[in-house]
Unconditional design. Structure first.
Length: 289
């Protein structure tokens, strides 16, 4: 399943739950403990495992000691509460990856949508909400940057009021998301600087940035104050993060931990193994440092 399609399919359900307030709650279970001394807070992106029912998948996370999950919306919150799994990166606001904050014609709609969703995220006890720049469609990057500043500045007071952090994801425009504007670290960092708030950060996707610019560890060390979240993935192919690909994740995890980062690192590789849960376990174990 394509990530873009996975995110889009939940929008209607999310809106319905907002209108009914059907978030629910139940007594949580306690995820198994990770190895003593581990310095990484683990998470996982559910879309990579979308063939497994969420209730079943969350049970696997409890067994593996993975305390959090990424890219879930209000319709999934009741199940997360049931299993005691944290939503480390929420979604459900906006129009997706292609149509984002760089388009001023969408600002009124985006502001209204995020204004509605941010309190819901906070009410559920979560902090991070994903957002996207949108595609260029021929727009100059500096023009798009200013448009993002203008639009996001309108919603930042709401995010600050509710303690929610908007996180714009860095994606590659070479392989997976052609024409996407926020496709390099420096553009994203400049956006953070212009907004000037701790309630806006970058979701640094290691797989995507390896494709676009490489130099992953150096960029983590230099720009980590602007990174609020991390995603993994093997390159090339976006599969397992083991010796079958070119990145050495133990060193990358040490670099992240050495910055003092206390957020989450989410596995976002597409399992090629028949046993998807075994592949996830391997990925998390590789990142245990």
């Amino acid at each position: 399943m394509k990530r873009r399609n996975f995110l889009q399919q939940g929008a209607a359900a999310s809106a319905a739950l907002i209108s009914t307030g059907a978030l629910g709650a139940s007594s949580p279970k306690t995820p198994a403990a990770r190895p003593a001394g581990n310095r990484i807070n683990h998470s996982v992106c559910y879309w990579c495992y979308g063939s497994i029912p969420l209730d079943t998948f969350l049970g696997h996370l409890v067994e593996l000691g993975i305390p959090a999950i990424d890219l879930v919306g209000p319709e999934e919150f009741p199940l997360l509460k049931k299993h005691g799994i944290h939503a480390s990166m929420c979604w459900g606001a906006g129009k997706g990856i292609v149509d984002g904050w760089n388009n001023p014609k969408l600002h009124d709609e985006l502001v209204a949508d995020y204004t509605e969703k941010i309190p819901l995220i906070a009410e559920a006890g979560y902090t991070n909400l994903i957002c996207f720049s949108g595609n260029r469609f021929g727009m100059d990057d500096l023009v798009g940057l200013q448009h993002c500043v203008e639009g996001l500045s309108r919603i930042m007071p709401v995010a600050e009021k509710y303690g929610v952090v908007l996180q714009m994801e860095l994606l590659n425009s070479k392989v997976d998301h052609k024409d996407y504007m926020c496709d390099n670290t420096l553009w994203g960092v400049e956006l953070c600087r212009r907004l000037g708030t701790e309630h806006f950060k970058l979701l640094y996707d290691i797989y995507h940035m390896q494709i676009m610019e490489g130099d992953v560890i150096r960029n983590i060390r230099e720009y980590h104050p602007y990174f609020g979240h991390y995603h993994t993935g093997g390159n090339p192919g976006r599969h397992e993060i083991d010796e079958t690909q070119e990145l050495y994740y133990p060193a990358i995890m040490r670099a992240i931990a050495d910055t003092g980062f206390t957020g989450h690192v989410a596995q976002e590789f597409i399992p090629s193994w028949e046993d998807k849960i075994a592949a996830l376990k391997q990925g998390v174990t590789i990142c245990d440092i």
